[in-house]
Design a protein around this ligand. Structure first.
Ligand SMILES: NC(=O)C1=CN([C@@H]2O[C@H](COP(=O)(O)OP(=O)(O)OC[C@H]3O[C@@H](n4cnc5c(N)ncnc54)[C@H](O)[C@@H]3O)[C@@H](O)[C@H]2O)C=CC1
Ligand SMILES: [Mg+2]
Ligand SMILES: [Zn+2]
Length: 276
């Protein structure tokens, strides 16, 4: 399959191409989508914090304009990345997911974290450079473990107070310095539900640009302990039978994939494909 979208570092001095505009309110869009002719977009009255060349879509260069705030543009509106994720255009979601991560990084790395001076883009590399410190700052990626714990026909699912009402999901958490992926998984499971696991198996990974997680997905078997939900973090956690599952997370998430995969294997159905 030919990939329609490839990331690249493109010189912002070059003319032309497409551009996406991102503000704290989300991405600009109109009836034609979220990609605009870049020269036209730059003629609008936008408060641009940073501009980055981010890749090629069907061979055409694409740029990101990271904005201070929203602007009224006739016929256009603003929409968050999660809304784009739930729509059918997977390629557009990939473009905007990448743009969002670069945008977050660009916004938060205009000044050197070491000396506070303004930094500049490194040509041909996705990095910001501090001249005074001779220091490069790269986009931030946060490794996060996500695990489906099973016990025969049962799966352990939990809900955070932040979830959509009724939805239960797999356990997840950010890696801390000094941890392996497996250490993190064991710690997160202990913290969130007070359960011990065994036979930890890596399943697959997914970029999760909310705002910069790299999800590492695992399957683990229950070993011991009774469920005790972590105060404040976990509203409820339960064992659910694969024949009687609660409302689950969105189909594009690796959480949903881990659940669907186990259920498919258990019931002898066709296995799902991990969404990119
Ligand atoms: N794609 C998917 O299917 C799913 C993705 N996720 C993602 O996994 C990630 C971790 O899940 P949570 O349960 O929220 O994490 P968590 O269990 O580690 O708890 C969140 C807490 O971690 C701390 N934190 C925030 N950002 C951090 C960072 N970059 N590094 C270290 N600690 C940080 C904060 O104290 C925050 O309150 C989140 O980005 C979440 O959106 C979670 C579930 C499903
Ligand atoms: Mg968690
Ligand atoms: Zn510096």
């Amino acid at each position: 399959m030919i990939s329609r979208w490839t990331t690249a570092v493109i010189d912002t001095e070059l003319p032309g191409g497409w551009a996406v505009a991102r503000s704290p309110e989300g991405f600009l869009f109109d009836d034609n989508g979220a990609l605009f002719p870049r020269e036209w977009l730059k003629r609008q009255d936008l408060s641009i914090l940073a501009e980055h060349g981010i890749g090629h879509l069907d061979g055409e260069p694409v740029y990101l304009l990271e904005l201070q705030g929203t602007q009224e543009i006739a016929g256009c509106n603003w929409k968050g990345l999660r809304a784009f994720m739930l729509e059918d255009d997977h390629t557009l979601y990939k473009v905007l997911g990448y743009a969002a991560q670069i945008g977050t990084w660009a916004r938060e790395h205009r000044f050197c974290g070491s000396c506070g001076k303004r930094m500049s883009q490194v040509p041909r590399e996705r990095a910001m450079y501090c001249d005074a410190c001779d220091l490069r700052h790269y986009p931030r990626i946060s490794p996060s473990m996500i695990v489906l714990i099973t016990r025969g026909d049962e799966v352990l699912l939990a809900r955070s107070p932040r979830f959509v009402s009724g939805v239960y999901s797999t356990l997840a958490g950010f890696a801390e310095p000094g941890e392996s992926a497996e250490d993190c998984l064991v710690r997160e499971v202990r913290e969130e539900v007070s359960v011990e696991v065994k036979n930890i198996q890596y399943v697959g990974s997914q970029c999760w640009p909310f705002p910069h997680s790299m999800m590492l997905g695992f399957h683990a078997e229950y070993a011991s302990g009774d469920i005790v939900p972590q105060e404040d973090e976990i509203e409820d956690a339960q064992w659910f039978n694969v024949h009687n599952l609660p409302p689950l997370p969105a189909s594009r998430s690796i959480a949903r994939y881990l659940i669907d995969l186990y259920v498919a294997r258990r019931l002898g159905h066709a296995e799902p494909v991990l969404p990119g």
